[in-house]
Ligand binder design. Sequence first.
Ligand SMILES: *Cc1c(COP(=O)(O)O)cnc(C)c1O
Length: 491
Amino acid sequence: MEYISSRGGGESFSSKQAIIKGLADDGGLFVPRTLPTVDLEKLYKNKDYRDLAYAVMRLYLTDFTEKELKDCIAKAYDEKFTDDLIAPLVKVEDYYVLELFHGATSAFKDMALSILPHLLTTSMKSEQVDEEVVILTATSGDTGKAALAGFAGVDGTKIIVFYPEHGVSEIQRRQMITQVGENTFVVAVKGNFDDAQTGVKNIFSDKEFGENLLENGYKFSSANSINIGRLVPQIVYYFHAYFQLVRSGEMDLGEVIDFSVPTGNFGNILAGFYAKKMGLPVGKLVVASNDNKVLVDFIGDGVYDKNRNFVLTTSPSMDILVSSNLERLLNFSYGEDETREHMAELGAKGVYKADISVLKDFDAGFATMDEVDDTIADVYDRTTYVADPHTAVAINVSKKYRDASKSKNKMIVLSTASPYKFPKAVMKAVGGNDFDTSMDDFALVEELEKLMNTSLPVGIAEAIKSEIRHKIVAEKDAIKEVVGEILGLVN
Ligand SMILES: *Cc1c(COP(=O)(O)O)cnc(C)c1O
């Protein structure tokens, strides 16, 4: 399998090289030259998540030996996941919820970030990269903790996470600042998420700083969702979800089903698109957005326009105006020349227009914050199932899609966070008018425990009672200096 830039460029790379590089030299994202196909009946024989992961991922990571890839999978999908199925499928009314939040940090990001560090260090070993790799990540919440947990204690790596001082939930902040591991560093930035992200991006493009780093035996890398090593592991759970429906007797192998996906950077749903192209019987992939509905407009009329107000919602992981993984879909649908043009237009004017007749695999819809509240309350009232706000967006949109399309296909809704990560939004929705939501997150999770009659996921419970280890605060224009100090760089 060869990887090339979504913007062309001609040069091709192995999967190991693409994982190490992260981004292509022309700024494009690595895409497989062609997508592999599968024999569904053969694949179905893999009952265990790890076996299925191997059978799917080996088609993409062809330069990994069997032992290398199986080792990575075994280290990632182990007892850190609190459910034996890794990603269990739950029937709720006339749809199914695929719970992707049973990993170490209770977020869907664990599905990819528990394996990326192993794919990366394996790649570096065989490509003879001797430098210690330094992961720099700006986070608006979930990615930071999942990346810290994934890289903690992994030999040959250090990870530095930057989060906006007042821009993440109390639970998310506590999860990060209690992180153990000598190779982990967490920095609060006096600014918003964009300030943190800009600071990190500036470091990546600072040639002089990069050279100084090499002299000190370090090399930067990033853990964000453009890395092909994050995308490939996500393809697995689409097959896994489908096979669970077959195994439970709900349908026969070969039946066509739909997926509704809470979408931000377009990584999750793109993995579903790749699964479909590989041979998974999928009807529509439904993009579910919140008030930041730039993708819904794009799929509706082909105009991608990021020039609009940014709305802070109750589903913050989907508050995004530039969905970076969409570039991989553009590459697949329109080819490299048009992708390069559209990305240039997006950079210069913030808008481009494409032909939507080739986007038939997708449908799209959005839910407002009021609709999200109503959906959480309504689903709870009728079934006692508690959905987090991101999942509720996808449930709401899946219903709108089914009403409008009259599709009779079975529907799987992807669930991307545990309700315990967003206790305020959930308790406000289900607690009724008299409920006092002025209490802090730590009191609210106790209320949620009573309501759900389950106990807090261990990762969150431990974070609440653990010692605070990370106290660095940085001015937004001093991010580079902080990195220099942490790494002990000599100028
Ligand atoms: C990251 C994230 C999303 C968005 O996923 P993409 O792959 O970026 O589209 C949705 N929900 C939650 C809770 C997330 O953490």
